[in-house]
Design a protein. Structure first.
Length: 276
């Protein structure tokens, strides 16, 4: 009997010792984790470069894990680069223009809406009719942001990137020529300079197309002004028929750095260099 009591007492003592040991180990582990987190927080707060490095490492690890699980890598900054807007959120006038352009040029209304909104915004700031800006864009590229001519004009407004590379510096460099909004803003600046030098919209369009020293601009200014007039009517709520013109870079007689010039035409790069 005494042996059984002794065995029972020994087992209780052993269980108590083990339990106490586990508690102390667990308690000390939590304390150690807490101290580690505290020191890490202080270090990250005091060393911004360390914090940035840690964030990059953590984000990279999370992307790797996501790719392992889903086969896709997320881009949390993608939403900041999206150049699309719900046309229903635009003012009535702008929405009408966006839908009309979308149907005429067979492009999605959301990205066109973003361009229309930007054209109205920047047009108001630089005192240019936004429908003129959109008309230039329509004739130049047909709203193709990746368009490129044989002479090196690029993007929506077919700006000569090499000539105006300095204007893209604020947008990250010359490859921003293919970013729709960056190309629009640079193109508007070039157009504004052309109109200022010429003293009229028609003359400015002739400069923009690279035909300032020619008697004939291949009908470029007339095409832009015709599209401009249609867009003005659309903005007023009028019904305007659609007849899609060929983008300027398909017209062998038009210049503008978006198309080929006649044999006696000046080099557009030389022409627009005067506007820098």
């Amino acid at each position: 009997m005494s042996a059984s009591i002794n065995l029972s007492t020994g087992l209780r003592r052993m269980i108590t010792a083990i339990t106490k040991g586990l508690f102390e180990i667990t308690h000390n582990s939590f304390a150690l984790i807490g101290v580690t987190v505290l020191f890490a927080t202080v270090a990250l707060a005091a060393r911004p470069e360390l914090r940035e490095f840690s964030e990059i490492k953590l984000f990279s690890w999370l992307q790797e894990r996501q790719f392992e699980v889903t086969g896709l890598v997320s881009d949390l900054l993608a939403i900041d680069r999206v150049t699309a807007t719900d046309p229903k959120e635009l003012p009535k006038q702008q929405a009408a223009v966006a839908f009309w352009l979308s149907k005429k040029y067979h492009v999605a209304p959301e990205p066109v809406s973003a361009l229309v909104s930007e054209a109205y915004d920047i047009g108001g700031r630089v005192k240019l009719d936004p429908t003129l800006i959109l008309a230039v864009m329509a004739i130049e590229s047909g709203f193709n942001p990746f368009a490129q001519s044989q002479v090196g004009a690029q993007g929506l407004m077919q700006v000569m990137t090499q000539v105006h590379s300095d204007k893209y510096q604020n947008f990250g460099g010359k490859f921003a020529a293919f970013d729709p909004l960056a190309n629009l803003r640079v193109g508007v600046k070039v157009l504004q300079d052309c109109i200022r030098l010429a003293g009229s919209i028609e003359g400015g369009l002739k400069n923009y197309v690279g035909a300032s020293n020619m008697e004939d601009d291949g009908g470029y200014a007339s095409k832009v002004m015709a599209e401009h007039a249609k867009l003005q009517l659309v903005a007023q709520g009028r019904q305007v028929p659609m007849s899609t013109p060929q983008p300027a870079n398909n017209n062998a007689n038009a210049a503008a750095g978006t198309k080929e010039m006649p044999a006696n035409a000046p080099d557009k790069a030389a022409t627009v260099a005067l506007m820098k």
